[in-house]
Write a protein that binds this ligand. Structure first.
Ligand code: NAD
Length: 336
């Protein structure tokens, strides 16, 4: 089966080639992102896509016209796929439901620790011979209240890590997780988790319900000086509102691995170019903002699992017309 792989980086190719060794798959690697234009390059068979590839209705129509029957996502999140249109076109969509919740939860913890102890600033200071401690004051995580919105696979691993730090755990999820409850997590409503959390970490999928979950009208609910961490999807947070929260001091620290408009920035080396995104540029000016470019998933273990599950989806589809990890329209609401 021909598989057109979009948004290929050298590391994608390395892990996919290894996983596909000995399998009857012809992988065609393209560096281009999937767009309405690049969709015309797809071969009949399957397309393999990543988080910032465009899988909106016009692109899906081009793919279907070209004889594509399966879209194999190299991600867990599928908010970027127009699933009703895919279904109407007879396109199957499969994903990698879990590749390493540890990778994302551990990166989340890295953001919390680095932001709290100002490691990003201390690193630069020490290199410049500045050993002053002013501005580097942090707080003990022990005894602090951490709210986790979305206590699925990643939220659960984070809860276990935070429990080891001696944090109090609050959760908000339409489906409480017994493992989190056993750790002592209290499940509370949205307003309560916003108002009681010293640190709030987002681990829900991006759905119509979670879109701009953090927006202007919830800022007054937040604990003054709280820390907000988003490693889920950019649009769960309204960036302009968060900038206002940072300016007012309501948000005392912001850690982001995802950004609403990341598709035009992340995964590329743009260091020689002028930054055109003024909102992103404003975020970069805050000393208490730490941004990574959607790298939370990026561990050897996760990349191996992503590649192996993707190949598993492709092989099973070629053999039976069904992939083991297909996504259905009903899953748009949030829970598989
Ligand atoms: P999961 O499906 O195991 O868990 C998601 C949880 O969110 C579920 O328990 C679900 O019930 C809950 N949820 C759904 N709607 C909600 C709502 N309105 N309010 C509160 N909770 C809600 O998913 P996961 O594997 O833990 O991944 C979570 C998200 O993390 C993914 O959807 C993806 O967007 C993101 N992610 C980011 C990276 C990265 O590299 N930054 C990597 C993987 C996943």
């Amino acid at each position: 089966m021909d598989v057109t792989v979009y948004s290929t980086k050298p590391y994608d190719r390395q892990f996919l080639d290894a996983a596909a060794t000995g399998q009857d798959l012809a992988l065609h690697f393209l560096e281009a992102r999937l767009t309405t234009d690049s969709a015309a390059l797809a071969r009949a068979g399957a397309v393999c896509a990543f988080v910032n590839d465009d899988l909106s209705a016009p692109v899906l129509r081009v793919l279907a016209d070209r004889g594509v029957r399966l879209i194999a996502l190299r991600s867990a999140g599928f908010n970027h796929v127009d699933l009703p249109v895919a279904r109407d076109l007879g396109l199957h969509v499969a994903r990698v439901p879990a590749y390493s919740p540890h990778a994302v939860a551990e990166h989340t913890m890295a953001l919390i620790l680095a932001l709290n102890r100002r490691i990003h600033r201390a690193y630069n200071r020490v290199r410049e011979g500045n050993f002053a401690l002013d501005g580097l004051l942090g707080f003990d995580l022990h005894g602090k209240t951490v709210g986790i919105i979305g206590t699925g696979k990643i939220g659960e691993v984070l809860a276990r890590i935070l429990s080891g730090f001696g944090c109090r755990l609050l959760g908000h999820d339409p489906f409480p997780n017994p493992v989190c409850e056993a750790l002592g997590m209290d499940y509370v409503g949205r307003d309560e988790i916003l108002s009681r959390s010293d640190i709030l970490s987002l681990h829900c999928p991006l759905t119509p319900e979670t879109h701009h979950l953090i927006r202007d009208e919830v800022l007054p609910l937040l604990r003054p000086g709280m820390m907000l961490i988003n490693t889920s999807r950019g649009a769960v947070v309204e960036t302009q509102a968060v900038i206002r929260g940072l300016k007012e001091g309501v948000i005392g620290g912001l850690g982001l691995d995802v950004y609403e408009e990341e598709a035009d920035l992340f995964f590329e080396d743009l260091s020689d170019q002028v930054l055109h995104d003024d909102v992103f540029a404003r975020l970069l000016t805050f000393p208490n903002v730490l941004i990574t470019g959607h790298q939370a998933f990026f561990t050897r273990e996760a990349m191996t699992n992503i590649a192996e599950t993707t190949v598993e989806n492709l092989i099973a589809f070629r053999q039976s017309g069904r992939a083991p990890h297909e996504i259905s329209v009903e899953m748009i609401a949030g829970k598989p």
